[in-house]
Design a protein around this ligand. Structure first.
Ligand SMILES: *[C@@H]1O[C@H](CO)[C@@H](O)[C@H](O)[C@H]1NC(C)=O
Ligand SMILES: *[C@@H]1O[C@H](CO)[C@@H](O)[C@H](O)[C@H]1NC(C)=O
Ligand SMILES: *[C@@H]1O[C@H](CO)[C@@H](O)[C@H](O)[C@H]1NC(C)=O
Length: 840
């Protein structure tokens, strides 16, 4: 009986959810999946490479010699290159070196080594280089009988789904009164939960298999199995949210192939040619492609697949996909991007304009339920925003392309258009943005606009009512986004680390990538999302209205949502290097991409007086917010531990992220207990010469023997954890697990403070099951696996040993669960599936 139900649900797809959906969810189709590489490792024991003793002053050389050491056993066909987005973080003195593997000159797109070097020592490194045997005679993975990656995911998924279905069935049954044997009622209750578990990626990625069977496709003129257009068309069938189009692509592929054309680009400085495919259905820009290898799990190691690596920009997605070059073109992986002490300050940029002032919910006021609006100033921080928020060089200004100005001449704007952020209305919900409406404050630069929404009788009127305060919404979005830029900058999200700016003031990194921020985006309701392409391409943030109340609520006014979204840009650019946007795509990595946003948003709003916090409570008009639990140190209020990830309902990245954010929240409170709390998370502003004073924010500066000031250490617990979390992102490998991210934070503390918080950090992590012996067996790309909590501490922390807790069995703490709540979540959250960047 149960099995039958599983099959029925699989066939019904999302139908069950749609029926129960209270039309509160904005659905955006999104695919994110890929292999879990079984051989990938992350080491945090410092190593001084013997081979590098003579080159200690050159971190790149140290890294190069070190990588030579650890890859010396590989075939001569294996080479590597140090990526150009490697950088030295002058705030910590650590050089982050990103190394990519090549086989016979072809890139192994997921063959990554990240080496963190300081003072000639390799502090930590991650390694996912391909180490298989048959380099000299490449046999594609599929030809060697390695299961095709996504078909395998789907069959595993089905298996796991049915296991979890059984678990849920048992739990629901146990709650029923004795003798109640109404199986249909029981089934319908389980249905309510299961759609949340049902990851419809599976349904879609199977579609392409239909294509090779289509004679027209296979026999189309000039058939060549390496043809880039066919591989791309296969991907578009899976990617398009338009079901009719997908059907037509399958039925009439030749019609679409004729409209597609490929242009090869050979780069003078870079031997690896790229191709641009024009005319692919449902894309908004030419698709970039290049040939690469990717790895597919094969027992304890990996096999290789030759793929097209595509960058596909669509209306609501921006995919990085690996599609095998051979027929049938399999989708091996897909990521949706759609989620110092600084160097001496450059001469301050002359600025002949008034400073901006804004009538807004001030920084720290999470949403309209917490406080009133007030007039706030443009945060003039010479370090983070040397030209302020409304000035950028003509050369880097997309609106001034026609104006030729010699040198770096700055243009001042009186609108929400600046070097860090372009904010504007996007009621149409489309892709255009440059000429969208923005409030104009004129020479006064006073962005002071009305916000007085009234109750209305119809949804059309409610929308009009919200549109009336668009000036205030855009102003708020611009203000919050610029402050997030400046805050993260001061903790090390600088130009070289891949931040979002049109102009980089000569401080390195790629330019022309300010955040495009859409207020009241008309493409949906009750959500928000962020797209993060690699450094040098604009990030895009979409904020929606929420029809959860009358009058409607506007996500732009809830700082926690804006911060969550912008933090996707932060974590994606910092993990695995600025030029690699594919490191937080799925499973635990993708989940942490969500969790960091919740954690930072919650930390930014928190006060000296401890309190629990919910995410999105105002916008969603729900006191407990949009996650399963509020963030709390109370184990009854929020019982999440590492093992919670095993539970039904924890496949999606948002549920995984919630557990991660909760663990970090607990860790943070430990540090606050030890180091106290600072009200303002912004470090002191630098003086005109660029020197940052310690103030009451940093500990007293220490100096090296040669008189150089060592990296400043934030004095208080809340500022320290923000620093460690950002430093940890830079240290951790691409596609990190919870363990890797935990170890990276502990390694960051070692670098910054000499490891004085080692046991405090472990106590925090272990109190939620992430102790040194925690483990996972059978991890799956969608977050599955069997996890074991560990509440113990490393032996060196023995003195502070806490009593061992009983290991909860799965579902143990379900007893008081409110099923209707899960039901609600399931209906709402079904939009997410395995998704990188939506709010939920
Ligand atoms: C703008 O603000 C900064 C810092 O608050 C201040 O130094 C500067 O004089 C102000 N500029 C103008 C034109 O008021
Ligand atoms: C928005 O502000 C502009 C000035 O920039 C003003 O002319 C316009 O009337 C305002 N719009 C609304 C809907 O209040
Ligand atoms: C935790 O929360 C529960 C339920 O709200 C409450 O009964 C309990 O007293 C709280 N525990 C602590 C230590 O505050």
């Amino acid at each position: 009986m149960r099995r039958l139900i599983v099959a029925a649900i699989a066939a019904a797809g999302l139908a069950g959810v749609v029926a129960h959906d209270s039309n509160h969810v904005s659905r955006r189709k999104t695919l994110s999946f890929g292999p879990i590489l079984p051989h990938a490792t992350y080491h945090t024991e410092p190593i001084q490479p013997l081979s590098a003793v003579n080159v200690q002053n050159d971190p790149l050389e140290v890294a190069k010699l070190f990588v030579q050491d650890i890859t010396s056993g590989l075939s001569p066909a294996s080479t590597f290159a140090i990526r150009k987005d490697s950088y030295t973080d002058t705030a910590t003195g650590v050089t982050h070196v990103y190394v990519r593997q090549y086989l016979h000159g072809v890139e192994v797109a997921d063959g990554d080594i990240n080496v963190n070097v300081k003072d000639g020592v390799v502090l930590s490194y991650g390694d996912s280089f391909y180490r298989g045997a048959e380099l000299d005679a490449f046999i594609p993975a599929y030809a060697r009988g390695v299961p095709d990656a996504h078909a395998e995911y789907c069959s595993n998924l089905e298996r796991e789904m049915s296991t979890r279905f059984d678990q849920y069935w048992d739990q629901v049954e146990a709650k029923r009164p004795q003798g109640d044997s109404d199986e249909e009622a029981l089934a319908s209750e389980v249905y309510g939960i299961l759609p949340y578990l049902y990851d419809w990626n599976c349904e879609h990625v199977e579609t392409p298999f239909a294509m090779p069977e289509n004679a027209e496709f296979a026999q189309a003129e000039n058939y060549n199995s390496g043809d880039v257009t066919r591989a791309l068309l296969q991907f578009m069938i899976a990617a398009t949210p338009n079901k009719d189009l997908a059907d037509d692509l399958i039925a009439n592929p030749a019609k679409y192939l004729q409209k597609m054309s490929a242009t090869w680009e050979a780069n003078f400085a870079d031997e690896h040619a790229t191709v641009q495919v024009h005319g692919a259905p449902d894309t908004v820009n030419p698709v970039k492609g290049r040939i690469a290898f990717v790895q597919v799990p094969h027992g304890d190691t990996t096999a290789l697949e030759l793929v097209w690596k595509f960058e596909v920009e669509m209306q609501d997605n921006w995919y990085e996909a690996a599609v095998s070059t051979e027929m049938p073109h399999r989708i091996v992986s897909v990521v949706d991007w759609a989620s110092d002490s600084p160097m001496p300050v450059v001469a301050p940029v002359p600025k002949q304009r008034a400073n901006g002032t804004y009538n807004v919910f001030a920084w720290g006021i999470n949403d309209p339920s917490v406080g009133k609006r007030s007039i706030q100033d443009e945060n003039w921080d010479h370090l983070a925003s040397p030209s302020g928020w409304h000035s950028l060089p003509y050369e880097n200004d997309p609106a001034s392309a026609h104006i030729r100005v010699k040198g770096t001449k700055f243009r001042n704007t009186a609108t929400t258009w600046g070097n860090n952020v372009f904010a504007h209305e996007n009621w149409e919900g489309r892709n255009n943005w440059e000429s969208n409406y923005r409030p104009d404050a004129g020479v006064s630069m006073k962005f002071d606009f009305a916000y007085k929404p009234k109750q209305t009788d119809s949804s059309a009127d409610a929308l009009d009512e919200a549109h009336k305060y668009i000036n205030a919404s855009v102003t708020q979005l611009f203000y919050t986004s610029n402050l997030v830029h400046d805050l993260y900058y001061r903790y090390g999200f600088t130009e070289v680390a891949g931040n979002f700016q049109q102009y980089n003031f000569g401080r390195g990194g790629e330019e022309n990538d300010a955040v495009i921020a859409n207020a009241q985006d008309g493409s949906g309701y009750n959500n928000a999302n962020f797209m993060t392409p690699p450094d040098g391409q604009n990030g895009r943030c979409r904020m929606y209205l929420w029809n959860t109340a009358n009058p409607y609520r506007d996500g732009d006014l809830e700082a926690g949502i804006v911060i969550h979204e912008l933090s996707h840009g932060l974590s994606t650019r910092l993990t695995g290097g600025p030029a690699n946007s594919g490191c937080l795509g799925w499973g635990e990595s993708g989940g942490m991409g969500e969790g960091w946003g919740d954690f930072l948003a919650t930390t930014i709003r928190s006060n000296k007086e401890y309190s629990d916090y919910a995410m999105g409570a105002w916008a969603a008009n729900r006191p407990t917010g949009i996650r399963n639990y509020v963030y709390s140190i109370n184990e009854t209020t929020n019982p999440s531990t590492y093992k919670t990830l095993d539970k039904p309902g924890y496949w999606g990245v948002h549920a995984i992220g919630e557990v991660w954010a909760q663990i970090l929240w607990v860790v943070e409170q430990r540090l606050i207990e030890k180091h106290g709390f600072v009200d303002d998370l912004f470090p002191p502003k630098p003086s005109e010469d660029g020197v940052v004073p310690e103030g009451d924010f940093y500990r007293k500066a220490e100096y090296t023997s040669t008189g150089e000031r060592k990296p400043l250490i934030p004095k208080h617990g809340n500022s320290l954890i923000v620093q460690l979390v950002l430093d940890g992102m830079k240290l951790q490998p691409c596609r990190p697990s919870f363990f890797d991210a935990r170890d990276a934070i502990i390694a960051a503390d070692k670098t910054l403070t000499g490891g004085e918080n080692f046991c405090d950090l472990w106590e925090g992590f272990a109190s939620r099951g992430l102790g040194p012996d925690s483990k996972v067996d059978g991890r799956t790309p969608w977050g599955g696996g069997i996890r074991t909590d560990d509440y113990k501490l490393p032996t060196v922390c023995k003195k502070q040993q806490v009593p061992e807790k009983p290991v909860p069995t799965p579902g143990d703490d379900d007893d008081d669960e409110d099923w209707s709540w899960i039901y609600w979540i399931s209906a709402k959250a079904s939009s997410i599936s395995i998704k990188l960047t939506g709010l939920y």
